[in-house]
Ligand binder design. Structure first.
Ligand code: SF4
Length: 247
């Protein structure tokens, strides 16, 4: 008879084996761009084979490389988009373009409170006054519903995004949500992303051509300047660096 704890131990052991294999493949490919792309595709295939319809992929439609990779590696990949109500029109148009272009099943998840309801309950411009609370309502809580019933999720987080993400593994256990977390492009550099987008003629969020190197909600995102950290335009002027869905 198996128990919940032995089941959990088996899942952890299987995860550690798969993570070690992917890490080893990553090391074997060294600095080769082609190798990093192949490892990312292998990670997606492994997760799809293992979890099937219980795998879902998060995208804010700023990280379109992952969406394109999933759409061209897996058939009918499940992707979810958290519509905070504050996205740029260009971001929503990018989601719609990908839904039409690739065999993806894109789910749009909304917060429980509309923007007007949030304003009425918590006062206007909560994002300026209490961004953590605003993100909790508009991103973190909807993320929980987006992941409900799934066993594994994938994101486009990369080590080069920002120092707090430097230790990101391709495959890991998400302790916060007690499920598997896949970061297929964790090892990709900014140059890798640019090369992938160019090689595959990947349609991008148009804002990326206007200096937006990281794209989130409109009130909390500005274009970055030459030489700035790519995520410097997110919650600029405050100490906040993460919305809470990857922490
Ligand atoms: S990024 Fe800004 S607007 Fe979007 S949920 Fe967070 S605080 Fe609110």
């Amino acid at each position: 008879m198996t128990t919940a704890s032995t089941d959990h131990e088996q899942v952890q052991a299987e995860l550690e084996d798969a993570a070690a294999e992917l890490a080893s493949a990553e090391r074997a490919h060294g600095d080769r761009y082609e190798g990093r792309v192949e490892v990312a595709r292998s990670a997606l295939r492994w997760a799809h084979d293992r979890y099937g319809d219980d795998l879902t992929i998060a995208s804010s439609m700023g990280d379109v490389a992952l969406v394109h990779l999933a759409g061209t590696t897996l058939s009918g990949a499940d992707v979810f988009f958290l519509d905070t109500g504050y996205h740029f029109a260009e971001t929503l148009a990018t989601r719609d373009a990908y839904a039409a272009m690739l065999p993806l099943r894109i789910r749009t998840i909304y917060p429980l409170l509309g923007v007007a309801e949030q304003d009425a309950r918590h006062g206007p411009r909560l994002h300026d006054r209490e961004p953590d609370r605003c993100c909790a309502i508009r991103k973190v809580e909807p993320l929980g519903r987006a992941l409900d019933g799934y066993e594994a999720w994938a994101s486009g987080v990369r080590r080069q995004d920002a120092p707090p993400r430097a230790g990101t593994k391709i495959l890991e256990w998400d302790h916060t949500r007690s499920m598997v977390k896949l970061n297929p492009i964790a090892g990709w550099t900014d140059d890798d992303v640019d090369r992938y987008l160019a090689e595959h003629d990947v349609p991008q969020n148009p804002l990326q051509h206007s200096g937006y190197t990281s794209i989130g909600c409109a009130p909390c995102t500005r274009p970055t300047l030459e030489g700035e950290d790519p995520r410097a335009g997110r919650w600029s002027g405050s100490a906040k660096t993460e919305c809470g869905i990857h922490t």
